[in-house]
Design a protein around this ligand. Structure first.
Ligand SMILES: [Zn+2]
Length: 299
């Protein structure tokens, strides 16, 4: 992730990031791994000063607004604290994404589907009863207590959005968003609508509010984690998993547009052939605007 945490809140946050390193190094005796766990943890809590304290979830069923954002931002701040080079930041981010993907996949396989939904109240999210009470669905379910689904699914949603608009642009947008809603309780809708308004190209690729809800918020599982997996497969030329990329591009067309670009930019003949093969399989049924974008990239 080659972007500066200072874009979140100028020098104050940069100073905080460097302090994290001092605290992590001065913590209990341990190796590099211990320092990394402690440092990441501190950065996670620091990130809550925006998502959790400066703004919060209006309906706590949307816990991801705190935890997904803090999980995403902890990497950005921790990378800054360590003063990593861009290439090192990218490697660290990818390793963490892979570990989180494994953790989430495992959790999704071993939990009830209804506990895997980020917005379980759907269009009723944020509603309060006549007496002013709001019900937090599954709040007392002991299984839910031990799940990290709001952390990890939220993190992967933000990672996906970063792949759509650019990581630095997304961090810059976070800053604008926090400044606009500072001191308020918000819904997912507030964040997503402002994002779509700020980056209108997303709509051209089929990323409407309804599509994001349908794919990420209102259903169990996380099909789009495969998008991140496919990115890693392409980046590292992991040819044994090219069938996963093909499956993704055939079955998740709207989400795959960006991945076609990745396949082409690597300039590997096998990957470019894969991109053309996938397009030929789906071009008849593909959304016209998405198809035009892909054709420009690969033909
Ligand atoms: Zn947290």
């Amino acid at each position: 992730m080659n972007c500066s945490v200072s874009s979140l809140k100028e020098d104050h946050m940069e100073a905080c990031a460097y302090s994290v390193l001092d605290v992590a190094e001065g913590g209990p005796a341990g190796g590099v791994a211990d320092r990394s766990v402690l440092g990441s943890r501190l950065c996670h809590e620091l990130a809550h000063s925006w998502f959790g304290l400066a703004i919060g979830a209006r309906d706590w069923t949307e816990e991801w607004i705190s935890e997904g954002f803090a999980t995403y931002l902890e990497d950005v701040i921790w990378a800054k604290a360590q003063q990593l080079l861009p290439v090192e930041m990218e490697e660290q981010a990818q390793l963490k994404a892979l570990l989180r993907w494994r953790r989430l996949s495992d959790e999704l396989q071993h939990s009830q589907e209804e506990l895997q939904i980020l917005r379980p109240n759907m269009e009723k999210t944020g509603e309060v009863s006549e007496c002013g009470a709001s019900l937090v669905k599954h709040a007392l379910n002991p299984d839910k207590t031990f799940m990290q689904v709001h952390y990890l699914k939220g993190y992967f949603l933000l990672t996906f959005l970063a792949s759509e608009v650019g990581e630095c642009q997304l961090i810059h947008f976070f800053r604008q968003f926090v400044m606009k809603y500072h001191g308020q309780l918000i819904l997912s809708q507030d964040f997503l609508q402002m994002l779509l308004d700020t980056f209108p190209d997303m709509l051209k690729r089929g990323l409407t509010l309804t599509a994001i809800y349908a794919d990420w918020m209102d259903r169990p599982g996380i099909p789009k984690v495969r998008h991140r997996w496919c990115e890693l497969v392409v980046k590292h030329g992991h040819s044994q998993a090219y069938q996963d990329v093909q499956h993704f591009l055939v079955h998740d067309q709207a989400m795959g547009v960006y991945l076609y670009g990745e396949l082409m930019v690597q300039e590997k003949a096998e990957q470019q052939a894969l991109a053309r093969r996938c397009l030929s399989l789906v071009q008849e049924e593909m959304d016209q605007s998405a198809r035009r974008v892909v054709e420009e990239m690969i033909l």
